[in-house]
Design a protein around this ligand. Sequence first.
Ligand code: NAD
Ligand code: LMR
Length: 338
Amino acid sequence: MSDAPVTITITGAGGQIGYALLFRIASGAMLGADVPVRLRLLEIPQGLRAAEGAALELQDAAFATLAGVDVTDDAATAFDGANLALLVGARPRGPGMERGDLLAANGGIFGPQGRAINDHAADDVRVVVVGNPANTNALIARASAPDVPAERFTALTRLDHSRALGQLAATLAVPVGDLRDLTIWGNHSATQFPDVSHATAAGRPVPELLAERLGGVDAAQRHLEDEFIPRVARRGAEIIEVRGSSSVASAASATIDHVHDWMLGTGDRGWTSAAVVSDGSYGVPEGLVSSFPVTSEGGGDWRIVPGLELDAFARGRLGASVAELVDERDAVRALGLI
Ligand code: NAD
Ligand code: LMR
């Protein structure tokens, strides 16, 4: 085991996703079984007891990789020396709400946390925002951390990516592991664009396989537009309706996968999806936090996959999601949050 522990701050650690995340991080599932981790759990006062209880259970699980756990409601203490910041703490939406409806309620959390990261985190800090609306919350945090390089701020669309893989695997009757190079573009919202046009299954183009299985190119396109895309984009609402509250274990799992691949690399598994600060690629205005196809060679640097061809349909879908991100940015500007 290497000796210096990685310091990981988890906000909202006393909540549902926090509870599902902590034990997997502590077990080594995120950074590897040979990397010691020190956890800093940040909560608001009302959430402290739940986080303290989780800390007791972490001790009881006796993870060999767990170097320590601190619980606090003070952001400066929580982010002090943080190498990784998982910003989960925020209100979840309920039935009938869109994630954007949470902007006013949750946006105010991410400015102060961005500032605390700016002032207290380690020089190599990497941030992933899970709390909704995740893309624009990441934009707010980043705007409040001028000394931290912009590319260190990301938001979670890995859950959408995994949902799309799950749906596609079921439709094509192939193992999830055979699929690669699917993309989630845009916002973690109902406007997101799950794009299979470059995806392959065991080396064969997915659009071709869908046409074969569903009775032609037109039927495949209808399936994508009427079933696949809306099912993936609205899966969060489906989970809320069926479970009675928003996704937890799958969200925690996707967060682990996001950080794992960012820090340890995507390897030979093709690309994945993450919301990163746009450099203007694919016409997405610079500075917006938008989901792209990304790879990592490890070490915490996402690289947007360059040069993919987008047809008129794809450009329209991406454009609609980007327009929503622009609206969200303008709304938080009007609220004085950036
Ligand atoms: P939860 O209500 O169970 O837990 C949220 C926790 O955050 C609570 O314990 C609360 O006390 C804490 N909190 C609130 N404000 C805080 C602050 N300023 N600092 C620190 N902690 C704070 O909710 P949950 O189910 O864990 O979901 C958390 C967030 O994640 C929600 O916004 C939800 O919509 C979002 N989410 C995102 C994705 C995604 O894919 N991006 C997936 C699922 C859920
Ligand atoms: C999800 O996608 O499950 C989360 O963003 C929760 C939600 O509100 O949909």
